[in-house]
Design a binder for this molecule. Structure first.
Ligand code: Q9C
Ligand code: ZN
Length: 334
């Protein structure tokens, strides 16, 4: 399987995140991607396809914010990485905010996603890796892997969060639509619900979003991913959420995935994008599922059995020493 990654994705390295009431070392480290790259035998450098495909998903004002915020934060005299600390509660009116401290709350939903001077560049190349894998599959490859880092599925069209800045899976899906594919399915098997991807395609009937994740009643991101969220308008029925309880292992996960795959088969996609998180692994430091390294090959084989042209895009997974084996297991099962 062709694999794509750029070393420019390693530059982004925030220091701290707000975690459980205190500041801890940022968990989404550059070493995550480096260890996966090495375990899968290296990767091809993606071409630079520019930002048209990024602009097709993210709003112009959000992209301008991403580019300008680190310098404006520094100019305001803030010593640490830029991160929000005040947010507009749902229902607040839309305001033209000038001060960077307020603006960052307008374009984010948590304080675990700092924005540094290197963040946009790394996120840009993460998106280029997703686009390279997508175009490889559109060009006839059966499947391709995008080693996306930073990850993407928590980022909405105009907000960052959950270690995500640009929604790589959504950018890939939209690029496939813009290249003439009529129906794209996204299967999100990260431990956390992919709220950004869901929001982006919420009212779209041409992109089916399905996610298996920890129940948002107990787990981040709390405000999205409940089983009754099914999409709206043209997208009604094109969002499918299967939350599972903490402690879930292969058996319930595989059963949920079979349900989701049947729904995707009814949708009959031209292309599948898998948002792959291996924070579902039993030893993950911030998550609570019980998948083993060998289980990823089983899940991948179940997906591959449907025969859809497939782009696999990396999302989460924080047990750095186990990431390589877990991702290699998944790709080997394909
Ligand atoms: N105490 C991805 O896996 N922190 N993002 C949760 C729990 C944020 C995970 C805090 C987790 C984001 C791509
Ligand atoms: Zn995750």
């Amino acid at each position: 399987m062709r694999r794509f990654f750029s070393a420019r994705q390693l530059a982004h390295a925030p220091a701290l995140e707000l975690h459980n009431g205190g500041f801890t070392a940022f968990a989404e480290t550059p070493s995550r991607a480096a260890t996966i790259r090495d375990a899968i035998g290296g990767a091809e450098e993606p071409a630079d396809r520019g930002d048209a495909a990024i602009r097709a998903v993210h709003s112009a004002d959000y992209l301008a914010f991403l580019a300008e915020a680190p310098a404006r934060w520094a100019a305001a005299g803030r010593p640490g990485d830029a991160m929000g600390y005040v947010w507009p509660v749902v229902g607040r009116r839309s305001l033209r905010i000038e001060r960077i401290d307020g603006l960052i709350g307008r374009y984010s939903f948590d304080a675990s996603t700092p924005l540094t001077a290197d963040s946009y560049g790394s996120a840009y190349w993460s998106a280029q890796s997703a686009l390279a894998a997508t175009h490889a599959v559109l060009g006839g490859e059966r499947a391709a892997f995008a080693l996306c880092r930073p990850p993407g599925h928590h980022a909405g069209s105009d907000y960052l969060g959950g270690y995500c800045y640009l929604n790589t899976a959504a950018i890939a899906a939209q690029a496939a639509i813009d290249a003439g594919r009529q129906r794209v399915a996204i299967l999100d098997i990260d431990y956390h619900h992919g709220n950004g991807t869901q929001d982006i395609f919420w009212d779209r009937g041409d992109v089916f979003y399905a996610s298996i994740h920890a129940d948002p009643a107990t787990d981040y991101p709390f405000y999205w991913g409940h089983a009754d969220e099914r999409g709206e308008g043209d997208g009604h029925g094109a969002t499918l959420n299967l939350p599972l309880p903490q402690g879930s292992g292969l058996e319930p996960f595989r059963r949920a995935q079979a349900t989701v795959l049947e729904a995707i088969a009814r949708f009959a996609p031209d292309l599948l994008i898998v948002s792959l998180g291996v924070d579902t692994w039993e030893g993950d430091p911030i998550s609570h599922f019980k998948l083993t390294t060998g289980d990823y090959a089983v899940l991948a084989a179940d997906i591959a059995g449907f025969g859809w042209p497939t782009v696999v895009a990396m999302e989460g997974g924080y047990a750095v020493d186990a990431l390589g084996a877990n991702v290699a297991s998944f790709l080997g099962g394909f």
